[in-house]
Ligand binder design. Structure first.
Ligand SMILES: [Zn+2]
Length: 330
């Protein structure tokens, strides 16, 4: 199990292990898809690994058990919005925490989706949080620490999950989705630091097809007025995915702006560099800025237009005019 973008946190826990300063309760806070559960499993494996050189070694008996989900001293609590931990299960979990580990020196309890724990459940768990047995380490994940009681937070070390860099996400996509290697940079740039979103985008066949469809017609905005209708056809085809389509539109204009102001611009859509360059040098810098602003403005008013076709035609006509405003060209 390879971990992406969490070097700082793993280094933190390696130091705590080496110095024997591992705490009893850690809360990992981060948005959905940031890899909180994967991180917890990785850290649990690291703590249980028999190797002191570079845990988790992946080959010792403890690592083999961890990887197969059968390590008796790693308890992963199934808890989410559909199957929330109730008071009864929480009581039984607390009782289990007072049973000594079977094989190792520590017992790791992983409780995901802390934001789904009711105050009553949190109060039940509080006993173990306040008086933990010496061998216990609890990992609690949450999308937002505000969902947890102050009494729980006060007992914990709260760690914010860092997002992955674009480079790390691109490496993840290339390794896990070889068929998407050519689009790895673009997908990574669209994932906003979230490995879950990167995975979702890489698995979504329609995502890249929609982008290709839009990018194949966008240059028509620099041609005759009939180009508006070619682009509108694409907007009609992908009507149900308008926010995403507008985000592609914005990313195209953003790249044009960067190309116009810098020779070594880092593009979101590097794979269509040639088409972007042609577009960028066919329109004024102000046109690309105005088109970008119009797309952002349209995205913020989604659902307010009563006639979709008219609404999109107005937007594209506005953009076409910007693209043909030769008086402003630099
Ligand atoms: Zn190991």
């Amino acid at each position: 199990m390879k971990l992406y973008g969490k070097d700082i946190l793993t280094a933190y826990f390696k130091t705590a292990l080496r110095k024997h300063t591992l705490g009893h309760l850690y809360i990992f806070e981060g948005a959905v898809g940031m890899g909180k559960k994967t991180l917890c499993r990785h850290l649990a494996g690291m703590i249980q690994c028999e190797s002191t050189d570079s845990p988790p070694c992946g080959t010792c008996s403890a690592c083999v058990k961890t990887q197969s989900g059968n390590h008796p001293d790693i308890v992963f609590v199934e808890a989410d919005a559909k199957n929330p931990l109730n008071v009864e299960r929480a009581r039984s979990l607390v009782a289990d925490m007072y049973v000594k580990p079977f094989l190792s020196e520590r017992k790791i309890i992983i409780i995901p989706n802390g934001e789904t724990l009711s105050p009553a459940v949190q109060n039940t768990l509080l006993k173990a949080f306040e008086e933990p047995p010496s061998y216990i380490t609890i990992f609690l994940t949450a999308t937002n620490r505000d969902a947890l009681l102050k009494t729980v937070l006060s007992r914990a070390i709260v760690l914010q999950l860092p997002g992955c860099s674009t480079g790390e996400l691109a490496a993840y996509i290339r390794e896990n989705f070889p068929g998407r290697a050519a689009d790895a940079s673009f997908l990574a740039g669209s994932a906003g630091g979230s490995i879950g979103k990167a995975r979702f985008l890489a698995e979504d066949e329609g995502y890249l097809a929609m982008r290709s469809a839009l990018f194949s017609v966008l240059p028509r905005l620099t041609a005759s007025r009939s180009g508006i209708y070619a682009v509108r056809k694409c907007f009609e085809e992908y009507k149900d995915a308008l926010p995403q389509l507008l985000s592609f539109f914005s990313s195209w204009m953003r790249d044009c702006i960067f190309l116009q102001i810098s020779d070594d611009a880092v593009l979101l859509n590097q794979d269509v560099h040639s088409a972007l360059s042609e577009f960028a040098f066919s329109v004024s810098p102000e046109a690309a800025v105005r088109c970008h602003e119009a797309a952002v403005s349209l995205a913020s008013s989604l659902g307010k237009g009563s006639n979709y076709t008219l609404w999109i035609t107005d937007f594209l006509t506005e953009c076409w005019r910007y693209c043909h405003d030769t008086n402003r060209r630099c």
